[in-house]
Design a protein around this ligand. Structure first.
Ligand SMILES: Nc1ncnc2c1ncn2[C@@H]1O[C@H](COP(=O)(O)OP(=O)(O)OP(=O)(O)O)[C@@H](O)[C@H]1O
Ligand SMILES: [Mg+2]
Length: 391
């Protein structure tokens, strides 16, 4: 369903991206999966988790709401001991209950049960040393892949709430785990999230700490795959709604950027329009109407997260982002010299403009078109922006 992580039979295979990740994992790399919002990172990772290659087992963690180092490690350790994961391990290793109980005592002062972690001393703060202690004890014949979803969120929160030194310490701890020789043979990490972690760490001057990770991404579908995906997400029976190849291609052309979420959004709008008007073979004009419909009140929430992204920037950064995006919406692109001009305005003097542009790139707003200029990633987004910014 549009908007929710696509699981099981709702997951559309993305073999190229999946295989690239597997190749990197097999080389023993720790990965940083960076891609804009809504492109399908979580769906892809959860798919790898549920259908791992022989010899691999995944522990998936969503750490988005962890505001401190302690909460971050508590979340991961908690997931490690949830039956969802321990059952998987027991199956692979035929572990006895004693062995599991022994594992649970690897961290002093913790009482771990299905209900969660309890601390003997409420003041106790978990760190990477605690996770390391548990991981060192998990001796299995499989590679354990620890997925950390929404990692940049945590870093950003720690930075805002506890300052630069805390952010630095947090990343240093993560790096220590990644590089720990005693874990190296058995454990690999995949960090992921939608804020550009690289632009964030550049801004915070912490980039050396993530250099040990290998970057991967999620790519748009090819035209051929995108055509198949239209059928995959269509909920209407063929008798009720027939999309010819030509119409499908036209629909894709209107989107410009072949990411599942956006294709699905437009397909649903087409279905709504056709079903409500008894149309079985939509024409290009019907696609146009369905496309227009996306910008009406009932559908606008599809774009909420785009607006939210910008709200996270500081006020002055936001103003610069608006100016740049308005320029692209009006002229189709923004060249480096246009950017230079906007930068030169006194109101933008203090703005870290390359950081903002990096954020817009990572959030999936814009891409570099090869002519030293940036464009919107999709005409649909551009259209929304024109209307959104004008409001
Ligand atoms: N492989 C896929 N098969 C089917 N639908 C998909 C697939 N990937 C993404 N989608 C669609 O896109 C939506 C967003 O996917 P997902 O939540 O995995 O993206 P994300 O990159 O993790 O987003 P966010 O950055 O917001 O966490 C899903 O709700 C689903 O509708
Ligand atoms: Mg996600």
């Amino acid at each position: 369903m549009a908007g929710q992580v696509a699981f099981g039979k709702y997951y559309f295979p993305r073999e190229k991206d999946e295989n690239r990740i597997w190749r990197r994992l097999k080389r023993g790399s720790h990965l940083l999966l960076l891609a804009p919002r809504r492109v399908g990172k979580t769906s892809l990772l959860r798919h790898l988790e549920s259908q791992p290659k022989e010899g691999y087992v995944f522990l998936y963690n969503i750490v988005q709401s962890c505001p401190s180092v302690h909460e971050y490690y508590k979340c991961i350790i908690d997931n490690l001991f949830r039956s969802e994961f321990t059952n998987k391990l027991s199956k692979l290793t035929q572990w006895s209950t004693e062995k599991l109980n022994d594992l649970k005592t690897s961290i002093k002062g913790l009482n771990i049960s299905e209900a969660g972690i309890e601390f003997a001393n409420q003041e106790q703060l978990l760190t990477h040393h605690d996770l390391k202690a548990v991981l060192e004890k998990i001796k299995i014949n499989q590679k354990l892949i620890i997925v950390i979803d929404e990692f940049p969120d945590v870093l950003e929160k720690i930075h805002t709430e506890h300052g630069q030194a805390a952010a630095e310490q947090f990343l240093a701890g993560c790096r220590e785990l990644v590089q720990e020789p005693s874990l190296d043979q058995n454990i690999q990490f995949i960090f992921t999230g939608s804020i550009g972690l690289d632009s964030l760490v550049n801004k915070l001057n912490l980039s050396d700490l993530i250099n040990v990770l290998m970057t991967v991404t999620v790519t748009p579908l090819t035209t051929e795959k995108a055509l198949t995906f239209i059928d995959f997400v269509s909920t209407e029976d063929k008798e009720n709604l027939l999309l010819s190849n030509e119409i499908k291609l036209y629909l894709l052309e209107r989107l410009g950027w072949f990411m599942p979420y956006y294709i699905e959004t437009l397909v649903l709008s087409v279905e709504d329009h056709c079903c409500e008007n008894d149309i079985t073979c939509p024409s290009q004009q019907d696609i146009d109407i369905a496309y227009e419909q996306l910008f009406t009140q009932n559908y606008l929430s599809n774009f909420n997260h785009w607006a939210e992204r910008l709200n996270r920037l500081e006020k002055s950064e936001q103003r610069f982002a608006y100016e740049s995006l308005n320029h692209i919406a009006a002229h189709g692109e923004i060249t480096l010299s246009d950017l230079h001009n906007i930068k030169a305005s006194p109101t933008n003097a203090a703005v870290n403009t390359s950081y903002v542009i990096d954020c817009l790139k990572h959030d999936g707003y814009i891409f570099e078109n090869g002519d030293d200029a940036f464009e919107f990633t999709s005409p649909m987004l551009k259209e929304w922006w024109r209307r959104h910014a004008a409001r």
